[in-house]
Design a binder for this molecule. Structure first.
Ligand SMILES: [Zn+2]
Length: 478
């Protein structure tokens, strides 16, 4: 049997298990660091499949690893399974219908991500077993991608040190392995402590922490003119002190996140934001403290592995969509409001050209595979802790369509499709693509060598965590 026959055979044979796992995780809809049932379910399936499972890794209760096989190479597959707040939606329903009003939902499709990656690990196991090859597959159970992350803590704990290469995937609107890059990010809480006083009777005896927080916003908004293109500064007030204007607010807390193309640039930008915060405290005669809460490294796929994955995905082809899938995708697409639909039209035209735009909008599921082109990487504003894995071992990420063309991430529509026949089909194809990529990489020592050489050039061969050592996983605090 060929490698494809082995992989497709086992995934077809066990597809109900994987679809059921994804749907259960969809319904658990557990938030970052709280993925107890989701992690438990994935661990149990791995154990049933003969994997050795270790739980509670990297000081995160829902972080785990499944291991199968022996010897080299060691192939890693990353799985995520956390949900997002307020995106509850009935699976497969193109009309906004929360299962639990205001509750969490899988608006980034991580139910599919975790279960699909598990299916890939099972398929690699099957290949190792059937061919009697030496090699080990690691399934990395990675919580909290949508929160403060886990992979940087896993990398810091050395969990990728023995891994020769890693593949992962993300639910998407197109089938491709892209050369796009994501930003490094650092988040921190800034606290200001002042002195309370009667705002009418004795304001001169008060020192306002809220004023300090507001002056920090003003300072950062002026700073924006003098930062590099592509850098970002975001903030949200998490505590404004109180709700009575007649009290000088003695306490305020504001959360900042800064993004830049590299960890080095990101750290430099962060230190400028700290200077602004110090200035705001100085101006208001308040005290300022800050605490770094999260950081991810910048992301781009290893180009050697990306080419392997792209060729595998091309050989497998897009998920096999039928009329019912197209009909459902169109209903989801039409559920967006007019302004968003205009934006979606533009983004599809930019990505796939506007020659067949009306046909594409009529059957809005990607039915091709966009080939990897190292020279066509775009800079994306988002961040992921997959970036840290890329600094710990050669890593590539595959995209497979699990939603209609142009679909917007982190929406109830993304969730609804993750719980639908469209999501299931995309997940199974992604599992095949990851497993085939692992096997093809493993069978070509020169490819592994080239991927490693590129990795060493990028990272110096040693992972450096962007977080200070004192920052622990913020379980229950993020
Ligand atoms: Zn995601």
């Amino acid at each position: 049997m060929t490698d494809i026959e082995i992989i497709k055979g086992i995934i077809e044979q066990k597809k109900d298990v994987f679809i059921d796992a994804s749907d259960k995780i969809y319904n658990f809809a557990e938030l970052a660091y709280e993925e107890v049932q989701s992690a438990d379910l994935l661990c149990k399936i791995l154990e049933d499949e003969g994997f050795k499972v270790e739980r509670g890794l990297a000081d995160i209760p829902t972080c785990f690893m499944g291991t199968f096989g022996s010897g080299k190479p060691i192939m890693g597959i990353l799985g995520e399974f956390d949900a997002l707040p307020a995106l509850s939606q009935e699976g497969g329903n193109p009309v906004h219908t929360p299962v639990c009003e205001g509750g969490p939902g899988h608006g980034c499709g991580h139910c599919l991500l975790g279960a699909g990656a598990l299916a890939a690990a099972v398929a690699v196991k099957e290949y190792l077993t059937q061919t009697g090859s030496e090699g080990t597959v690691f399934y990395y159970g990675c919580p909290a991608e949508e929160g403060a992350g886990s992979k940087q803590f896993m990398a810091r704990a050395g969990l990728f040190d023995d891994c020769d290469f890693c593949y992962t995937w993300h639910p998407a609107t197109t089938n491709d392995v892209s050369a796009d890059s994501g930003t490094a990010i650092m988040g921190a809480n800034f606290e200001f402590n002042g002195v309370a006083a009667h705002a009418g009777g004795s304001p001169w005896l008060g020192r306002s922490a809220l004023d300090a927080a507001e002056l920090m916003s003003v300072g950062c908004n002026y700073l924006r003119e003098h930062i590099l293109d592509g850098q970002r500064i975001h903030y949200a007030y998490s505590d404004v002190g109180g709700t009575f204007p007649n009290v000088v607010q003695a306490y305020a807390k504001v959360k900042y996140e800064v993004r830049a193309r590299t960890v080095k640039e990101m750290k430099a930008l962060f230190s400028r934001v700290v200077k602004v915060a110090r200035g705001a405290a100085e101006m208001t005669e308040t005290q300022m403290n800050y605490e770094i809460t999260m950081a991810f490294s910048d992301y781009s796929s290893n180009s050697v592995l990306a080419k392997v994955a792209s060729d595998c995905l091309k050989e497998l082809g897009a998920p096999e969509w039928d009329d019912e899938d197209y009909k459902l995708a169109k209903q989801f697409l039409r559920s967006y409001d007019k302004m968003q639909q205009e934006g979606i039209r533009t983004s599809i035209a930019e990505e796939l050209g506007d020659d067949d735009l009306d046909d594409l909008l009529d059957k809005p599921l990607h039915s091709g595979v966009i080939e990897y082109d190292k020279t066509k990487g775009r800079f994306m504003g988002g961040s992921s802790d997959v970036g840290d894995v890329g600094y710990a071992t050669p890593t590539a990420e595959i995209h497979v369509a699990t939603a209609c063309l142009g679909n917007i991430g982190h929406t109830w529509q993304m969730a609804g499709q993750a719980g639908s026949r469209i999501g299931h089909k995309g997940m199974l194809r992604a599992a095949e693509a990851i497993a085939l990529s692992c096997v093809r990489t493993m069978e070509q020592p020169e490819v592994m060598k080239a991927a490693r050489a590129e990795y060493i050039k990028k990272s110096g061969g040693k992972y450096e965590c962007p977080l200070p050592d004192y920052v622990q996983p913020p379980i229950g605090k993020y």
